[in-house]
Design a protein around this ligand. Structure first.
Ligand SMILES: Cc1cc2nc3c(=O)[nH]c(=O)nc-3n(C[C@H](O)[C@H](O)[C@H](O)COP(=O)(O)OP(=O)(O)OC[C@H]3O[C@@H](n4cnc5c(N)ncnc54)[C@H](O)[C@@H]3O)c2cc1C
Length: 418
């Protein structure tokens, strides 16, 4: 292992999971991520790209089911074990960790609904899939609405003037969908399924939305070009278009009455996912800086032997420990309460992503000129980390949402937890 874990209660099983995930991150994720990072977005999705083989390897080891319980065929990890594995995947590469996790969102959504038919149709085949051929995405944001999609008591969320880009109309038992989701949908152009948000009742603005679990091979669905971007280039992203797409009402699992609490539930889970992967990224930056400081000679001795380097390295180390601590506590809490306490997931996501960016930044600085070259990992870590402050909600707007939650719910009672 590259990094000590101060949790004295880790079991042998926890440690074995941690070591296996670290090996996978080091031997499989890192080299593939490097190749994908250097490719164009079009080359990434082309037949023969290393992406496809990567997904196959990950699925064979079950890493696509990290978020899923054992009773549907998932890895069945405890909250702490999820943290351990996701942190390692994020250490390997933030983008590929997200790609693997988001691939399970339709399957996970079916579990949340507790609907046996949907679990049989979407979750079990996904868990059994060993070749990477079933992959989902989370289609929530739209070209005109990123932050706007986060449920809030602010008037705009339920204003009829707030018009969703993806809308539906009823036709008997079916819904007909028209419009599109944003170019930011992770895994969007390679997904076979989606957990999809769309407008149902325009008189309520975004609050009048619903969610469906759908296959993406339905007539009328098409994909945009994969997105070129600054960082997380090993995470495919792109638009999905809907042109008179007919979906059965059996796929519509959330209606406007339950929309806001369900979005909060997904955000609670997704922000923890970010938090875990960002902890891995913060740690990756620490590891790179630590190793380099032992090799690089400055002022006639290894950088590590200079007093100033010790202070710099301690800052990186301190941030990793803060990230881990808050992430694990928020994850364990939100596995124990229903509905989850979103504000704690937001504390985790905003803290870890900011600290991951700071660690990547400081790592580049410690590398000097070498830090900005493609020869070394820090410049990728930095580009990847920069994206995380926007991903799954701009941090400042998540903070505003967390603030709303505090005013709505405080003081919380111990009985809310137990
Ligand atoms: C790497 C990555 C992965 C992503 N993955 C997915 C995915 O899987 N699925 C998906 O659907 N989307 C995804 N997204 C989209 C992401 O959730 C949005 O980019 C994010 O929510 C911000 O939305 P926006 O880009 O439209 O910015 P905007 O909402 O337009 O925000 C622009 C600026 O305006 C500010 N702002 C917004 N609202 C207000 C307000 N009311 N008051 C004051 N200031 C405001 C923001 O703080 C921000 O600085 C991803 C994005 C990234 C970067």
């Amino acid at each position: 292992m590259s990094y000590f874990d101060i949790d004295l209660e880790l079991t042998e099983e926890d440690v074995a999971l941690q070591e296996a995930a670290h090996r996978f991150a080091k031997e499989v994720i890192r080299p593939v991520a490097k190749k994908l990072d250097a490719m164009s977005a079009e080359e990434y999705v082309a037949p023969g790209s290393p992406f496809w083989d990567f997904m196959k390897q990950a699925y064979q080891l079950g890493y696509h089911t990290v978020l899923l319980p054992e009773w549907v065929g998932g890895m069945g990890l405890s909250p702490k074990q999820q943290c351990i594995v996701l942190e390692e995947l994020g250490w390997g590469s933030f983008g590929l960790a997200v790609q693997l996790a988001v691939a399970s969102f339709a399957a996970l959504g079916a579990v949340y609904t507790n609907n046996d038919t949907l679990i049989e149709e979407f979750t079990k085949p996904f868990c059994e899939c060993k070749d990477g051929s079933i992959r989902s995405c989370w289609g929530i944001t739209e070209p005109d609405h990123g932050t706007d999609v986060i449920p809030t008591p602010e008037v705009w969320f339920s204003s009829p003037d707030m018009k969703t880009n993806l809308r539906s109309r009823r036709d008997g038992d079916d819904y007909i969908l028209n419009g599109q989701k944003s170019s930011w949908v992770s895994g969007g152009t390679v997904a076979t399924h989606a957990w999809l948000h769309f407008g149902i009742d325009p008189s309520q603005g975004f609050a009048g939305s619903g969610c469906a679990i759908i296959p993406l091979d339905l007539r009328g669905i098409s994909k945009g070009k994969p997105l070129e971007k600054l960082g997380q280039r090993d995470l495919n992203q792109g638009e999905i278009f809907f042109d008179d797409v007919r979906i059965s009402s059996k796929y519509v699992v959330v209606d406007p009455d339950f929309y806001s609490p369900i979005v909060d539930m997904f955000l609670t889970m997704a922000n923890l996912l970010m938090s875990n992967a960002a902890t891995g990224l913060a740690r990756a930056a620490f590891d790179e800086a630590f190793a380099y400081s032992k090799e690089r000679v400055v002022g006639l001795k290894p950088m590590k032997d200079h007093f100033y380097t010790k202070i710099r390295m301690f800052e990186l180390f301190r941030r990793v420990e803060v990230c881990r601590a808050i992430t694990r506590r928020a994850t364990e809490l939100n596995f124990s309460v229903v509905p989850g306490f979103l504000e704690y997931s937001i504390v985790g996501k905003t803290t870890t992503t900011e600290m991951a960016l700071q660690n990547a930044h400081d790592c580049i600085q410690l590398f000097g000129g070498n830090g900005i070259t493609k020869e070394y990992l820090p410049e990728k870590l930095y580009r990847d980390a920069r994206m995380t402050l926007i991903e799954d909600g701009n941090n400042e707007m998540l903070a505003a949402d967390g603030g709303h939650k505090i005013y709505e719910t405080y003081p919380r009672q111990r009985s809310d937890i137990f």
